[in-house]
Design a protein around this ligand. Structure first.
Ligand SMILES: [Zn+2]
Length: 364
C-alpha cells in the first residue's frame, strides 16, 4: 500500500518522514500490513530513524487502526534485509575460543543465579533439558548452540549471515546458513525451538509461526524472546527507548498482543515472564543523554560492540589508589541498585524483554 493511504489522525506535517516516498528511499519498499489482523489501515505515531548505525532513511512508527499493533513503516521486504544488515549492522568479531569458554560457564554452580541477577536469562536455550533436541532460529555466532550442548542437549541452528559458516565449521556446529523457509534438517523434529530477539526483525512473523509449527514435536515448546514495547523503561524513555531499534525492528509487540497473535496461529501460552538485562538499562541511561541524528552512526553503539561490555561496568586492573577504590565501590553499589530495581520491575511484569513459552494447541 502507498503511504497516501495511511490514516494520519495527527494531521501534523512535522510528523511525516522527510523521505517517505518509495522513490527516494533505499530501504522500506514493502507494504505496511498488520501481521496480527491483516489490516492495511494504520495511524502514524511519529517519525523515526536508525539512531544506532546511521541508515539514513526515515520511517514512521505506526499503529494498526484495528488491533493497535505497532509497526515500522514503510515495511521492509525479505529481499532488502541482506543489503540493510550488510551495509549498516556491525558484525561482531568472534573468537571461537572465547565462545567455547563462555559456553562452558553455563552449567556452573552459580550460573543460573548470575543469569537471574544480570537479567541475561532472557534466552530460550537456558530452558532446554538434557537429552532434548533444540533449534535456534537466528543463532548468530552459535554461542546458544554451545550452551545448549553444555546443558546436555543436541543443538541445531539457522542463521542468515554467511559469515557464520566459518565459525560453525570450526566449532563443528550444525548450522544451516539461510532461512527457516528452506526447511533445513528435514528429518529432525524439535523438543525446543527458540528465537532470541528475532521475531521482531522478521517482515512476516505469522508465516514464521506457521513454519515453526511443522518443526515442533507434538509436545515441543516454542520459546520466543522479544522487546516489550509496554515496558517501564519504554514509558520512561519514550522515543529514546533503545529497543525501538528502527528499521531493524519491524514489529513492536507487547505481551497481550503477541499472545493473541500466537493463538491465532494455533499456539497456547504455557509460561510468560519479563526480563530486563542490566546491560540494556546501562545502555538505556546513556542513550537518554544522546541526541542522535538521521544518517549518523552513534559512537555509543560502536563502543559497546567493540568491547561487548559497557565501559561503565568495566573494572580497571590498576584500581588500587583510595580514589579509584571509592569510585569502584560507588559504581558497584549503583550497579547493584540497578540490578535490584530491574528484578523488582520484572517481578511485576514490566520488564524490557518478554520471554514466552508456547506449545501447539492440541485441538489443532
Ligand atoms: Zn492489526
Amino acid at each position: 500500500m502507498s503511504e497516501g493511504r495511511v490514516n494520519q489522525h495527527q494531521g501534523n506535517e512535522a510528523l511525516q518522514p522527510a523521505h517517505s516516498t518509495t522513490s527516494s528511499r533505499t530501504f522500506g519498499k514493502g507494504v505496511t500490513l498488520c501481521p496480527v489482523c491483516a489490516s492495511t489501515e494504520h495511524t502514524s505515531i511519529r517519525s523515526v530513524f536508525d539512531d544506532r548505525y546511521g541508515c539514513p532513511d526515515m520511517f514512521s512508527l505506526v499503529s494498526c487502526n484495528v488491533c493497535g499493533h505497532l509497526m515500522t513503516s514503510p515495511a521492509l521486504v525479505e529481499e532488502e534485509l541482506g543489503g540493510l544488515y550488510s551495509t549498516y549492522y556491525p558484525r561482531k568479531h568472534v573468537n571461537t575460543a572465547d565462545l567455547v569458554a563462555s559456553a562452558f560457564e553455563v552449567a556452573g554452580p552459580w550460573a543460573r543465579l548470575q543469569r537471574w541477577w544480570g537479567g541475561t536469562n532472557n534466552q530460550g536455550q537456558y530452558t532446554v533439558s538434557p537429552g532434548q533436541v533444540m533449534l535456534d532460529v537466528g543463532c548468530g555466532s552459535g554461542l546458544s548452540l554451545l550452551e545448549a550442548q553444555a546443558l546436555g542437549a543436541q543443538a541445531y541452528g539457522i542463521e542468515a549471515d554467511p559469515n557464520v559458516r566459518r565459525i560453525a565449521d570450526e566449532l563443528k556446529l550444525r548450522v544451516h546458513i539461510g532461512s527457516l523457509h528452506d526447511r533445513p534438517f528435514p528429518d529432525v523434529s524439535f523438543d525446543l525451538i527458540v528465537l532470541n530477539q528475532v521475531i521482531e526483525h522478521i517482515p512476516d512473523p505469522g508465516k514464521a509461526l506457521e513454519a515453526l509449527k511443522e518443526r515442533l514435536k507434538p509436545m515441543g515448546r516454542l520459546v520466543l524472546v522479544f522487546p516489550n514495547r509496554s515496558s517501564l523503561w519504554q514509558r520512561l524513555s519514550g522515543p529514546k527507548w533503545i529497543n525501538w531499534h528502527v528499521p531493524y525492528h519491524l514489529h513492536h509487540f507487547d505481551a497481550k498482543g503477541f499472545r493473541a497473535f500466537a493463538q491465532r496461529h494455533g499456539y497456547r501460552v504455557i509460561r510468560q515472564k519479563t526480563i530486563t538485562p542490566n546491560i540494556w538499562t546501562i545502555l538505556q541511561l546513556r542513550a537518554l543523554r544522546q541526541s542522535p541524528m538521521p544518517g549518523v552512526p552513534s559512537a555509543m553503539w560502536e563502543v559497546k560492540l567493540a568491547t561487548g561490555v559497557a565501559p561503565s561496568v568495566q573494572t580497571s586492573p590498576h584500581a588500587s589508589s583510595p580514589g579509584r577504590l571509592i569510585r569502584k565501590l560507588v559504581r558497584q553499589t549503583a550497579f547493584s541498585g540497578l540490578a535490584l530495581f530491574n528484578r523488582l520491575v520484572d517481578m511485576v511484569g514490566q520488564g524490557d524483554s518478554i520471554l514466552v513459552e508456547f506449545q501447539i494447541e492440541r485441538s489443532q
